[in-house]
Ligand binder design. Structure first.
Ligand code: FMN
Length: 346
């Protein structure tokens, strides 16, 4: 999850390795969103996977996680229209499927706020470049020791912008004329990455109908059924899916997806609890459950679930700051003290 702990050039700092290694007890760690190229940078001090320095920085992370017995996928997050010249190394206006700005104001570097900018419309060449950038970042992820990559098709970023009604007003073969056109970019980027690094190392995250950052999808069912159906035969590692209040994606798409299905059930609600996760698994709506905010606050979350222990609460004031405070200083459960005690800070 996005925490803005990278250096200004997008290289993950040593504290990032500490953070992920503390959470190696997860069955699988999926990292925060990482920009595949500077064109996709949507926030200052978000990490990248473009340069040799980035690869070196991530190598320290994957080595620390593997040494602690964990597995880790890199989430590739191209911001598309998200982003602002004040938050980008290129200092330019970001490009998206259409010239529709995010609702403002937007967060910019060093804690500032600014009016949103109207994105530049991606040309067909920009679209092909975005596919190539995802492939090259996925290869970099493997070089950096990641076990795979998750393509971020959820929560308002580039892939989602091609899928949603209001952010894709294009009339070309990547646009709104038909559902096949609307899903073309997502299918191309997932297929290209799967071909480059192996489908078994490639996952996809989707959040049909999620209105975050002004996304509008009046009728997600037909679009996402077509998308999931088009990808079903590729043999991807998994599909990671979030339900929406108005569209029960997990239930609706289950029949169209024969691979592993991960549910994220906490969007716009209380942090996902063990009971929430158990309910999804017991009703067969997914094979696995992802935990976000609870894992930020509890590096030993699986152990706490196992022991039915109390959970630390999240330090909301330090979600988007820099350094170790509120990042790597959450206490672990005391191994000797039973289920209700906390250990000294790590
Ligand atoms: C601080 C913060 C950062 C997030 N960053 C990302 C991100 O980089 N990529 C992503 O897919 N989702 C991101 N999310 C959404 C979470 O992955 C997740 O969907 C949400 O927190 C709900 O799950 P939970 O109830 O387990 O926290 C973020 C959420 C929060 C609160």
């Amino acid at each position: 999850m996005t925490r803005f702990r990278a250096a200004e050039d997008g290289t993950p700092l040593p504290v990032v390795a500490d953070y992920y290694a503390q959470r190696a007890g997860a069955g699988l760690i999926i990292t925060e969103g990482i920009w595949p190229s500077r064109a996709g940078q949507s926030g200052w001090r978000m990490p990248g996977l473009e340069t040799a320095e980035h690869i070196k920085g991530w190598q320290a992370v994957t080595e620390a996680v593997h040494a602690a017995g964990g597995r880790i996928f890199a989430q590739l997050m191209h911001g598309g229209r998200q982003g602002h010249p004040l938050s980008r190394l290129t200092a330019d206006i970001p490009a998206g499927p259409s010239s529709v700005p995010v609702p403002g104001p937007v967060h910019v570097r060093d804690g500032g706020k600014a009016d949103p900018v109207t994105p530049r419309v991606m040309t067909p060449e920009d679209i092909q470049q975005a596919v190539r950038d995802h492939v090259s970042a996925a290869r970099n992820a493997i070089d950096a020791g990641f076990d795979g990559v998750e393509l971020h098709g959820a929560n308002s970023y580039l892939i989602h912008q091609f899928l949603a009604d209001n952010t894709n007003l294009r009339d070309d073969e990547y646009g709104r004329r038909t559902i096949e056109d609307r899903i073309r970019f997502p299918v191309e980027v997932v297929t290209a990455v799967a071909n480059a690094i192996g489908a078994e190392r490639t996952g996809l995250r989707l959040s049909p109908g999620n209105p975050q950052f002004g996304m509008e999808e009046a009728n997600p069912g037909p679009v996402y059924r077509a998308l999931v159906g088009a990808l079903d035969g590729l043999g991807l590692a998994y599909l990671h899916l979030t339900d929406n209040a108005d569209y029960p994606a997990l239930t609706d798409l289950r029949a169209h997806w024969h691979g592993v299905l991960i549910a994220n059930v906490g969007e716009n609600r209380e942090p996902t609890s063990r009971a929430d996760g158990d309910a999804v698994l017991l009703t067969g709506r997914a094979d696995l459950v992802s935990y976000g905010r609870a894992f930020i606050a509890n590096p030993d979350l699986p152990r706490r679930f196992e022991m039915n222990s109390v959970l630390n609460t999240i330090d909301a004031d330090h979600l988007y700051t820099h350094g170790a405070t509120g990042y790597t200083d959450y206490p672990l459960l005391d191994a000797r003290a039973g289920s209700q005690q906390h250990a000294e800070p790590v």
